[in-house]
Design a protein around this ligand. Structure first.
Ligand code: ATP
Length: 469
């Protein structure tokens, strides 16, 4: 099973310390969330898995960490200043504001005419303004002396990590002595002043992206695109997301961004409670064939029909010389782009399950893969008032920690401690009891089967490493 709805994960997250509302003591801030002690571990596990899979296990990807605040010209020439907007409509009756395409997606029907035929989800009226574009970039000013409206000081918080990769294309190419095909990966924060954020961490104004820009010869782009789509399906399942909760969506011609030749979104079943199956899905990640658009627009050389430079400010030409053919061209780019936060939510939803114990009580079990689990092993003393047991348990935790993320916990009875670890996805509990003092063995309890096995403390690390894979 997986979670019946996002609300179940919201409450588990709050109860157990995965995610808290940001600035909660001041009433919170719409759609801002803080990642607690377990949340930061899960998010790090997702990022580490991504990085290991694409940067370390392949031989054709380099890493990068570019700045959040870039020269404003980056966003002028990328097209974001002019076109990075969503269509916004207002309900004239109750003044609520919505993103029109999402309104249609969620509440529209084949015969609703754009947003016109849709009833406002807030007041039930159907009295909409005409849609108008709303630019999603957060503005800021740079420098201590700048006035708030000084255009020379205007800067943006990046709305995607990708542009920092394009502007560093020549730097990475030259310093790493790469040849096509190769890619650059980056993980980092992005900011979008979303019209209607919501659904917990699904859509927020501050979020984190994991992106790859993969540079290829134009003729290789279609094949590379499909390979990346397939490889991300494998990665998603490797981190515990079931295949049956994933599906591809081929963007229609009219939905494609101006730079894209083909974009496939991988959707996750974020809304299983919706009756209409087609509305249960939303975007987990996008994989675009961006053509040669990006390197071309950031280059100083391309000219229009009358010989005028298309980019009057760039100091670099980002074309590529194929030394085998002596041909110079702008590489095509395949871009897999995935949100850390949406992946976090999908991993939590998919891992969620319930099990009833002998007493008829229902327990939550978070069946995270060992790689995703924030804590791999919890070491629990059966009697916390017995110093020898406590000492042995603490020593076991200390010995495990260098190779396995382990915690010691004595804050409740053993039943309660097991239940807590099940709920946060800890694959194994190790219990130290009176007998352990005699025979040097401990009980290893499996989260998913609740099966218990005696293991010699001396071979515990090896047994656990084996079972954790
Ligand atoms: P949507 O259509 O849902 O607004 P998008 O197509 O604009 O998303 P992209 O620009 O393709 O999103 O960004 C790549 C990925 O970054 C998305 O697939 C998603 O995982 C993540 N992402 C984008 N916007 C947000 C957001 N506001 N909050 C959380 N994650 C986001």
């Amino acid at each position: 099973m997986s979670a019946p709805n996002i609300e179940t994960i919201v409450s588990l997250s709050k109860r157990r310390g995965f995610v808290f509302p940001a600035s909660e003591i001041y009433g919170g801030l719409g759609s801002s969330w803080d990642y607690g002690p377990l949340g930061v571990e899960l998010a790090n596990n997702i990022k580490n898995s991504f990085w290991r899979t694409v940067v370390y296990e392949r031989d054709d990807i380099e890493g990068l960490d570019s700045a959040i605040i870039q020269n404003r010209l980056t966003w002028k020439y990328s097209g974001h200043e002019d076109t990075f907007s969503d269509p916004m409509v207002d309900c004239r009756s109750c003044k609520s504001r919505f993103r029109e395409d999402k309104l249609i997606e969620e509440f529209g029907s084949p015969d609703s005419n754009g947003s016109k035929g849709i009833k406002c989800p807030n007041c039930g009226e159907s009295n909409w303004t005409e849609p108008r574009p709303f630019n999603l970039m957060f503005r800021t000013t740079v420098g201590a002396v700048s006035a708030d409206d000084d255009p020379a000081a205007l800067a943006y918080l990046r709305p995607e990590t990708a542009q920092g990769i394009f502007t560093n294309f020549a730097n990475v190419l030259n310093t790493s002595r790469r040849k096509l095909p190769f890619g650059i990966a980056q993980i980092g924060k992005a900011f979008r002043n979303e019209v209607t954020p919501g659904n917990f961490i699904f859509r927020t104004r501050e979020f984190e992206q994991m992106e790859i820009e993969y540079f290829v010869k134009p003729g290789d782009a279609a094949r590379a695109h499909q390979e990346w789509i397939d490889s991300f399906h494998s990665w998603m399942t490797s981190i515990g997301i079931s295949r049956s909760n994933l599906k591809d969506y081929e963007q229609k011609k009219e939905e494609l961004a101006h730079y894209s030749e083909r974009t496939v979104d991988i959707l996750y079943r974020f809304f299983p409670e919706r009756e209409d199956e087609s509305k249960q899905w939303d975007e987990l990640m996008g994989i675009a064939n961006r053509t040669d658009y990006d390197l071309r627009v950031h280059s100083k050389k391309p000219e229009d029909a009358v010989g005028k430079r298309l980019n009057a400010d760039s100091t670099e030409d980002l074309s590529y010389l194929d030394t085998a053919t002596n041909e110079r061209f702008y590489p095509y780019i395949i871009e897999p782009s995935v949100g850390v936060n949406r992946t976090f939510l999908a991993v939590m939803m998919d891992a969620y399950s319930e099990k009833t114990n002998d007493k008829g009580e229902t327990r939550v079990i978070l069946k995270l893969t060992p790689e995703m689990a924030p804590i791999k092993v919890a070491v629990l003393p059966l009697a916390k008032n017995k110093p020898e047991i406590v000492e042995m348990a603490r020593k076991i935790k200390k010995d495990l920690q260098p190779s396995i993320r382990a915690v010691y916990d004595d804050t409740g009875g053993i039943g309660k401690l097991y239940a807590r670890q099940d709920e946060i996805g800890t694959p194994f509990c190790v219990t130290v009891d009176h007998e352990s003092l005699e025979d040097g063995a401990v009980t290893v309890r499996d989260r998913d089967t609740w099966e218990q096995r005696r293991v010699a403390a001396a071979s515990l690390k090896e047994v656990l490493l084996n079972r954790l894979g």
